[in-house]
Design a protein around this ligand. Structure first.
Ligand code: NAD
Length: 451
């Protein structure tokens, strides 16, 4: 949870790709009239510039019997008369020009601009109709294939390739270790992993000390698939001992969720950094950064050891580290800079470094972050109740939040489980997954401060 009235965003690297604004700005101001061409023969007088802009080379088709491959000229864009040509309103033409071969014809029967559709050559390879190109504001884009052509492609895919649509998370019997598993979000994460059939070690400073020496299995409905172990992530020696204890029961840790933290809501806050106690700064960094470093190291070392043993290596699956960051790591927190600095450190610097490192240890080892926005925990609700007069709920979860609501705990936990599952996210690596209801920053000033 974040502090009331933190910082507003300063150039968060999200949203519209660089330069996309310019492309829109370059559109011709005058509307382009459209002529329907029955056949792309010659050079039309109306659009000399247009043709020069079309840079798509002629497409060589496969040989048709004897002789040289036939060269097909590029068709001209044919927007409807009087229609302004914009990316939002691409031209639509239904011109079809049959060529010699029955399987080859110019078809331009749907709006251009869907870059995700198969390209011309892919379409051709799949027996689809040949497509042309269109010019928008001086830039050339390939036209999407006709819907018929696209249908051909997908039919071929579904008939030739087996798609069993197995939606199983594949987490059954994966050893998942969650630090901070006794906390509000942590216990939700633990519960979801158990539901997915994983073997779960929940490590937390909140558990009794004796759980590091005496097995503490939860036998209620989990068939001894959950163990709770006392651990202090900021005490390296003790933490190693707790980790070793956890692996004795369930084997090497495949998947690790680094969640243990001093959350913002349990930390002292000051109106300015001027008044921050340096001891607080140090404590937060020790637990939130130092603890996450040790967690990551123990996970990766375990994977390295397992990879060295053919028997253990064969059983490695869902090798994933998920670091729990925060929106604070993006936007900062004016009243508790240590928390924000620690979250930035782990969700950016540490995670990005491990992204390069982990696959060298084990090819399928993945590392990602989850950065929640304000989470709808009982603690958050209580804070909002206490600070109702200052409009805390509005400031934190509405004013700059697109979905206008805090994030349910379950949403955070499900994102973690998704990133843990090789079957679901096996190629998601080195990412920060913002689970923040679309938060875009913080208010800098309250209304009354500006009067
Ligand atoms: N709640 C939110 O709105 C929110 C928003 C963004 C990010 N987060 C992050 O999500 C995570 C969970 O938050 P939460 O709201 O469940 O907080 P929480 O305080 O309920 O959970 C944190 C857990 O970490 C444990 N912990 C603290 N220090 C430890 C240590 N030295 N060793 C081992 N365990 C330790 C605590 O005992 C607690 O169980 C935290 O990393 C938090 O910063 C929370």
């Amino acid at each position: 949870m974040s502090s009331l009235m933190g910082n507003v965003p300063t150039g968060r690297p999200r949203g519209r790709p660089k330069g996309s604004k310019n492309r829109v700005a370059k559109q011709p101001k005058t509307s382009t009239t459209i002529t329907r061409t029955a056949r792309p023969v010659g050079r039309p007088r109306k659009f000399p510039k247009l043709l020069e802009d079309i840079s798509t080379p002629p497409v060589s088709l496969p040989k048709r019997g004897r002789g040289r491959p036939r060269k097909i000229p590029v068709a001209q864009a044919a927007p409807a008369a009087g229609t302004p040509v914009t990316p939002a309103n691409p031209p639509e033409s239904t011109t079809t020009t049959p060529l010699d071969s029955p399987s080859l014809q110019f078809v331009n029967s749907q709006p251009a601009g869907d870059a995700n559709r198969p390209t011309q050559l892919q379409g051709l390879a799949a027996g689809a109709s040949l497509q042309s190109s269109a010019t928008f504001g001086g830039s050339v884009r390939p036209l999407a294939p006709s819907q018929d052509a696209y249908a051909n492609v997908s039919h071929q895919t579904t008939s030739n390739v087996q798609h069993p649509h197995d939606l199983d998370l594949g987490l059954s019997n994966t050893h998942v270790l969650v630090t901070g598993g006794a906390g509000l979000i942590g216990s939700y994460v633990v519960s979801l992993f158990l539901t997915a059939g994983a073997l779960v070690s929940s490590l937390d400073i909140a558990y009794p000390l004796e759980t590091t020496t005496t097995p503490n299995f939860d036998t209620e409905g989990h068939e001894r698939r959950l163990q709770r172990v006392h651990a202090d992530v900021s005490d390296v020696a003790q933490f190693r001992q707790a980790w070793a204890f956890a692996t004795r029961s369930f084997g090497v840790v495949h998947c690790c969720v680094a969640l243990a933290s001093l959350d913002l809501s349990v930390l002292p806050q000051t109106d300015s950094l001027c008044d921050m106690d340096p001891a607080t700064w140090q404590r937060v960094l020790n637990v939130n950064v130092g603890g996450t470093f040790t967690t990551s190291q123990l996970w990766l070392r375990g994977i390295r050891e397992a990879a060295a043993s053919p028997q253990q290596a064969a059983a490695l699956k869902n090798t994933s580290l998920i670091i729990i960051g925060s929106e604070a790591g993006h936007f900062g927190v004016r009243t508790q800079a240590a928390y924000a600095a620690a979250k930035s450190a782990v969700q950016y610097g540490l995670m990005q470094s491990l992204m390069a490192d982990a696959p060298r240890i084990w090819a399928k080892a993945r590392v990602n972050s989850v950065a929640p926005g304000p989470v709808d925990t009982p603690r958050y609700r209580e804070e909002c109740r206490v600070a109702e007069a200052q409009g805390m709920h509005w400031v934190e979860s509405q004013a700059t939040v697109a979905l206008r609501q805090p994030v349910p705990m379950e949403a955070v936990a499900k994102s973690v489980v998704f990133l843990a599952s090789e079957a679901w996210s096996g190629h998601v690596h080195g990412q920060i997954l913002n689970v923040d209801s679309g938060k875009q920053g913080k208010l800098m000033w309250a209304r009354e401060e500006c009067d």
